[in-house]
Design a protein around this ligand. Structure first.
Ligand code: GAF
Length: 391
């Protein structure tokens, strides 16, 4: 029922690479992420609390002698080919995450020659665990290694985000790429998305597991709704700015400002902004709970985050709500909420270790009864960020 880390991926990639291209690749691993609290706060210049996990993209790369780029998706059994003169959208999405990063590297002055890629991995696609950011960061890190470009980790994360914003067309924040690149085993990353300053917070509680329940749904409107929410936050800021020119983002806004300048103008925009302003504070308070080792108090805030995402930000969906409702009265569950952009994907649950097995059984049957669907379960543990895989 629970999954295992696909430790044999580097070997699979290496073998496939040698079959397809008759070359030995350099291999990079870039992980997916969880986020404990601080949702939809990154593009509002607030804080987030993600961690890289034991699910990753593995990407093999090697130089070619021409200017062509050949990509193989091992898991999708798909191929795409273009050249360095033709960096345009591929029409099938997955190559765009790589092409978008090539474009960003070139904008930053990098000079490429052709290259071959094979990638694969065990981050479920569309589950809200950032498989796309992992692919962007794996690509960026691999280019840096292969062509010795000397960009630093921060630049690699930022170029991954810019690729997604400008090439793929999703206006995401920096959280996912940052978590993938900067992950540290047994640590959360408390990231200030305005300054990009960050601090590692140890999370190696031996009694608690991070359990992810995957709804197995992904609504097609997810990325347009994401961009809409972002635009509503910007609208809230512009309404406040008329009276408070110093306010640059919702990070600078107070509840009082929202009540005075946003609520009378647009009730829905107010609800969105109210959620964000409360969530930024909730994360700061949650970090205090962690300092005091009070995971119960922290978990309570996770439930509050879910309520805000459901009722105010309106990015949940019935399946996510079922999963949270199924666990909310279970004493072994300290906290639970939907995670990531929303409209599907996973819930994140902090669960007492000895009760994980029983909980999974309960949720599996409960979810089936409520939604008619099978839940997928992942037990996440916190791992290091992007790195080269030595052979
Ligand atoms: C997605 C985005 F990619 C992140 O930047 C973040 O905004 C998240 O949704 C919501 O917190 O994962």
């Amino acid at each position: 029922m629970t999954d295992q880390t696909a430790t044999d991926y580097p070997e699979k990639i290496r073998k496939h690479f040698s079959t397809v291209y008759q070359q030995t690749p350099l291999i990079v691993r870039s992980p997916g992420r969880v986020n404990l609290i601080g949702e939809h706060t990154d593009y509002n210049m607030g804080f987030v609390l993600p961690a890289a996990i034991n699910k990753a993209i593995y990407l093999g790369i090697q130089k070619r002698e021409d200017n062509e780029m050949h990509f193989v998706s091992f898991d999708m059994d798909d191929f795409y080919q273009t050249d360095l003169q033709n960096i345009t959208r591929s029409g099938k999405l997955w190559p765009d995450y790589i092409l978008g990063v090539v474009e960003q590297f070139r904008k930053a002055g990098a000079e490429f020659t052709g290259f071959n890629i094979v990638f694969g991995g065990d981050i479920p696609f569309g589950a809200g665990l950032s498989s796309s950011a992992a692919l962007e960061c794996a690509s960026g890190f691999a280019f840096n290694e292969l062509f010795t470009f000397r960009f630093d980790r921060r630049q690699i994360a930022l170029m991954g985000q810019a690729a997604e914003n400008q090439f793929v067309g999703v206006n995401c924040g920096i959280m996912d790429q940052f978590a993938s690149v900067f992950g540290k085993k047994q640590n959360l990353i408390r990231l200030d998305c305005r300054s990009l300053e960050y601090e590692y917070i140890p999370f190696n509680d031996n009694d608690i597991e991070i359990v992810l329940f995957d709804t197995q749904v992904k609504h097609s409107l997810a990325s347009s709704a994401y961009n809409d929410r972002r635009a509503q936050c910007e609208k809230g800021v512009s309404l406040i700015k008329q009276q408070h020119p110093e306010v640059q983002s919702l990070r600078d806004a107070t509840e009082e400002m929202l009540l005075k300048h946003v609520k009378p103008a647009d009730e829905e925009t107010y609800r969105r902004c109210h959620y964000v302003v409360s969530e930024i504070q909730r994360l700061l308070d949650g970090c205090e709970d962690l300092k005091k080792d009070d995971l119960r108090a922290f978990g309570k805030r996770m439930f509050e985050t879910h309520a805000g995402l459901r009722d105010l930000y309106e990015v949940s969906c019935p399946e996510l709500d079922h999963l949270v409702n199924l666990v909310k009265d279970q004493p072994a569950v300290l906290g639970a909420r939907m995670m990531g952009g929303g409209f599907g994907g996973c819930t994140i649950n902090l669960v007492e270790k000895e009760s994980v097995h029983a909980l999974i059984q309960d949720v599996t049957s409960g979810y089936k009864a409520l939604s008619g669907k099978d839940v997928q379960v992942y037990v996440a543990n916190i791992q290091d960020g992007t790195s080269r895989v030595e052979s």
